[in-house]
Design a protein around this ligand. Structure first.
Ligand SMILES: Cc1cc2nc3c(=O)[nH]c(=O)nc-3n(C[C@H](O)[C@H](O)[C@H](O)COP(=O)(O)OP(=O)(O)OC[C@H]3O[C@@H](n4cnc5c(N)ncnc54)[C@H](O)[C@@H]3O)c2cc1C
Length: 443
């Protein structure tokens, strides 16, 4: 409550995961939130929609979470959708190569990091020398063999040379891992961020298990978040783009929308992508920020496939990693629906959608021979050109903190300095931090 007994008000601009996270955590703390989203839907880059031509609901892209996404789990618990996630008890990933040979990477019951050492020894896509070099790298990170200052200036391709990684382990283990976690190639991924992810995923207790959505993205994120906000004295506007943050005497006093509505508030959270900032702060950029943020995006291509029959038994697992192909992962969405994922997809995205679908089906049939006789009755290829931020060594200096030079204006988004790659967890964490800063500031 403010000094006069009324609730403090916050205007959140941007209804992606970062904006929803800020809005929910603020509403939970008793703030009156107005959320303003430019597009007709909430969820930003994490959404689903009904595709009439495809004949069903699809996600804009298959999303996968990890067991260390603690702020995301807290958000979903608050809005009541945590039960829509499926948690692996132990890391268990199946792979198939172009000859149709299957490999599995399965953690054991031993304490970390030994639980993975056992799994790696049993992962037969790698030779003995590859496995040893992998274990040496993880151990080196555990023992802080390479100081942060050394890692912060280089990308992972250089780090692999430094850490004596074999070609086999790079191609059959690290590249699929880096592409899955960072949506980037080793030469585009900061060695420091990589080492931090190895600590979280391989060394910390309970960090290596994967978490999969059990339902479409809107059912897990945007719909329950909107319902929660509706019960908490908050207002959500869609189709309302902010045009400008109005600043007077070093304070934001209001947000003005494209349709000239003025929204006054005590605090403001700006949760839009970084490339929208110069336009929103065209009249006062230098008053708000120390510098211009120069970041690059990496695309992801998703190929949705609908079959004319139930293929779940043939497919077996919930998802399979593909080795030696352009397609990297394939997920079972429904009994007759699969989604093939191609990350770090700059080159693939240049191809036509027809060529991409043909390629994905061909690779799928090679890696999973039992699918060969099965008929695909509809396809939908989605190219997300601005899927995630390229996490290279340069990007580390280009991600801002949540605070700006204006005390009542905060920044959220997967591109801010959350210490994480551009992910759902990074977006949620940034929004949660804004809520914590505002609550502390108010006291
Ligand atoms: C295909 C794909 C697959 C992915 N896979 C994974 C995965 O497996 N695991 C994972 O953790 N992450 C994954 N990600 C990344 C994850 O989706 C993003 O990191 C996250 O959604 C970013 O959320 P955000 O709120 O920071 O940004 P955004 O989602 O970009 O939200 C910003 C919002 O601001 C709105 N906006 C912009 N300008 C204005 C304005 N002027 N006024 C009002 N609103 C405005 C936009 O419309 C948008 O809704 C994936 C992303 C894609 C695209």
């Amino acid at each position: 409550m403010a000094e006069n007994g009324t609730r403090n008000t916050v205007c959140v601009v941007g209804g992606g995961i970062a904006g929803l996270s800020a809005a929910v955590f603020l509403a939970e703390k008793g703030f009156e939130v107005t959320l303003v989203e430019a597009s007709p839907k909430l969820g930003g880059r994490t959404y689903s929609f009904f595709d009439k031509k495809f004949g069903g609901v699809i996600d804009n892209g298959q999303h996968i979470l990890a067991s260390w996404y603690n702020d995301t789990f807290k958000l979903l618990k608050t809005i009541g959708s945590l039960d829509k996630l499926s948690f692996q008890k132990q890391l268990n990933v199946e792979f198939a190569d172009i000859e149709g040979t299957r490999f599995s990477l399965k953690a054991s019951n031993l304490p970390p990091p030994l639980h993975l050492a056992g799994g790696i020894m049993g992962y037969n896509a790698l030779g003995f020398k590859d496995k040893l070099s992998l274990i040496r790298l993880v151990n080196g990170i555990k023992k802080s063999k390479w100081p942060d200052e050394e890692l912060s200036g280089i990308n992972t391709d250089k780090f692999f040379k430094l850490a004596g990684q074999t070609d086999g382990v790079i191609v059959k283990f690290w590249e699929p891992f880096i592409i899955a976690v960072f949506n980037a190639k080793p030469q585009q991924t900061s060695a420091l961020l990589f080492a931090q992810m190895i600590k979280r995923g391989f060394i910390d207790k309970g960090g290596s298990e994967l978490v999969l959505p059990n339902g479409f993205l809107n059912e897990i994120f945007s719909e329950p978040a909107r319902e929660y906000l509706n019960t908490k004295n908050s207002v959500v506007f869609v189709n309302k783009a902010a045009r400008e943050f109005y600043i007077k005497d070093k304070k934001v006093t209001s947000v003005i929308s494209e349709d000239n509505i003025e929204i006054e508030s005590d605090y403001f959270v700006c949760a839009v992508p970084f490339f929208d900032m110069p336009r929103l702060f065209a009249n006062n950029y230098d008053e708000v920020f120390e510098k211009r943020f120069e970041l690059e995006y990496s695309p992801i291509v998703n190929i949705h496939l609908k079959f004319n029959s139930d293929i779940s038994e043939i497919f077996g697992s919930r998802f399979i990693g593909l080795l030696g192909t352009l397609s990297q992962w394939v997920f079972k969405v429904k009994e007759d629906q699969l989604c093939v994922v191609i990350s770090a997809a700059e080159k693939t995205a240049e191809k036509t959608k027809e060529d991409i679908a043909e390629l994905a089906i061909k690779e799928l049939n090679e890696c999973i021979p039992l699918l060969r006789g099965k008929k695909v009755i509809s396809t939908r290829v989605l190219k997300e050109m601005r899927a995630t931020i390229v996490p290279d060594a340069d990007s580390l200096n280009n991600r801002p903190q949540n605070r700006t030079k204006i005390q009542n204006l905060l920044l959220a988004g997967d591109w801010t300095d959350s210490g994480l790659p551009s992910t759902i967890e990074g977006a949620v964490k940034s929004g949660k931090r804004c809520a914590e800063i505002i609550e502390k500031d108010k006291l």
